[in-house]
Design a protein around this ligand. Structure first.
Ligand SMILES: [Zn+2]
Length: 483
């Protein structure tokens, strides 16, 4: 029999391999690709997994920038979740002030270059450990495109690709090291495209029917709707086409809407009321419209049992040590945003309803721009107003969620600041911290398989007999770009 691999050996292996993982994360950071265009990033990861002996499924659920990498056989099946899409317009150099590398180009403003590679590193590390210690079971890595609107996981969930999972471990870069109990809202988005009649705006406006008027009246209606929906419902829009010249009555105009609510059933109700407002606007202006659905993510219910397990594991490996130089770099970034580090911490405690015990711990770090400490899984019952397609996965399989410190404290999500730390040592440290926590949690789960059972019991209780229903229309297909 081959010699067994101990947990300490596994952590050593991850340390030794760190340059390979940070190099991959930096390559993805240097080639930021937005939704449905992640050919470089997914290709890089597929090649890596193939060389490590994983079986690859290409184009799952009809998505040409998605893949599934699998190793091992039989039950239990544990998944690591990867993403690699960037955000438009957030190109940023590795500098503590706003400076795009290419103005208007995309950048990794949500740290998905770190997110995917942390899951990949954990999958490969768990494989090494299972191989050495002759454990059976299946490890899977889901390469999920288009997390920022689009929602690769929604299509995977709809097509049943998560159905045989016993559990999934997800991760997202953040400002602290913390397994998450948090819930997120459900979200849907649609484009409303109005069509009127163009005419000379000066000499013959009576012959025109303005599509822009319809868009504006729809927005007025939506703004009145705001008062008469449940607290926590969000209604957001941007006019994506308002006509081309003021001397032409606009024939075409479009507005993009995003709706968010805690309960998917209620979200569907608000979407129907918004549709009626569009109908009213068309009637008032003698125009017509079509609604083009864009995306829909289910709400997320992360698994408390898995969060508690990750917390236990995390406490065994100590905090992330940031250097003086990293702290100074992060502080410079913080200085470009309003408020002090302490203000930001108080604001988080307030809006996330952070329990007192955890709040006291956070306040200890209140003057630091980077929070390297390990924090307990908080459970204040707040519902995070951001949305993620991990929501759809969490409705199908018990899903643990983890954050680690990769960004300075005062920075809003989806910002240049996240790009500026995600491509250097600060982001690398947070990413490898996540890889260690995910790996050791997986090892613990395969060693004592009652963990799968306990996570499942909580999942069944939370679902209360309800079956997952995607928030996308029947037959709706992901957008596919050419490589
Ligand atoms: Zn993200």
């Amino acid at each position: 029999m081959t010699e067994k691999m101990k947990t300490a050996d596994l952590l050593d292996w991850l340390d030794e391999q760190t340059p390979r993982f940070t190099h991959m994360s930096d390559q993805i950071w240097e080639h930021p690709e937005i939704l449905w265009g992640e050919f470089f990033s997914s290709g890089l990861q597929m090649d890596f997994f193939e060389k490590e002996g994983f079986r690859i499924t290409r184009n799952p659920a009809g998505m040409n920038t998605a893949f599934i990498a699998e190793w091992g056989h039989g039950k239990p099946v544990l998944a690591f979740i990867g993403e690699y899409d960037a955000l438009p317009g957030l190109s940023q150099a590795l500098k503590p002030e706003r400076e795009p590398i290419i103005a208007g180009a995309p950048g990794h403003g949500c740290g998905h270059n770190l997110l995917g590679v942390a899951g990949l590193a954990a999958a490969v590390a768990t494989q090494k450990w299972m191989e050495k210690n002759q454990f059976t079971g299946t490890i899977r890595y889901y390469g999920c495109p288009a997390e920022e609107i689009g929602g690769g996981k929604v299509f995977m969930a709809r097509d049943g690709l998560f159905d045989d999972l016993d559990a999934a471990l997800s991760y997202h870069p953040g400002i602290y090291n913390m397994p998450s109990h948090m819930a997120t809202v459900a979200i849907v988005s649609s484009n409303f495209n109005f069509k009127g009649v163009s005419a000379h705006a000066g000499s013959a406006p009576y012959m025109g029917r303005s599509a822009l008027d319809a868009v504006e009246l729809m927005n007025v209606g939506a703004n009145f709707l705001r008062e008469h929906v449940l607290d926590g419902t969000r209604i957001q829009y941007v006019i994506t086409n308002g006509g081309q010249a003021a001397n032409i009555v606009p024939e075409f105009a479009s507005v993009n809407y995003i709706l968010r609510a805690e309960k998917p059933e209620y979200l569907m109700e608000v979407a129907e009321r918004l549709r009626n407002i569009a109908k009213g606007a068309a009637l008032m202006t003698d125009t017509t419209f079509e609604e083009v659905f864009e995306s829909g993510f289910a709400n997320m219910t992360s698994n408390r049992y898995l969060a508690a397990l990750m917390e236990k594991v995390m406490q065994t490996i100590g905090p992330v040590e940031f250097t003086k130089e990293e702290m100074a770099y992060a502080q410079k970034i913080n200085n470009t945003f309003p408020g002090t580090n302490a203000d930001y911490i108080e604001d988080k405690i307030d809006t996330l309803k952070i329990p007192e015990e955890f709040a006291a711990l956070l306040r200890k770090y209140k003057d630091l721009p980077l929070l390297g400490g390990n924090f307990p899984a908080m459970d204040g019952g707040a519902v995070f107003k951001g949305a993620t397609d991990v929501g759809d996965l969490s409705q199908v399989a018990p899903t643990g969620a983890l954050w680690t410190a990769c960004f300075p404290t005062c920075t809003p999500g989806h910002s240049w600041a996240n790009v500026a730390t995600g491509g250097m040592s600060i982001g690398h440290k947070g990413m490898m911290h996540a890889a260690r926590i995910l790996t050791l949690t997986a090892v613990e789960m395969f060693t004592d398989q009652t963990h799968f059972q306990k996570a499942r019991e909580e999942f069944e209780k939370a679902m209360a007999g309800k079956k997952y229903k995607p928030l996308i229309p029947e037959g709706f297909q992901p957008l596919q770009r050419k490589p």
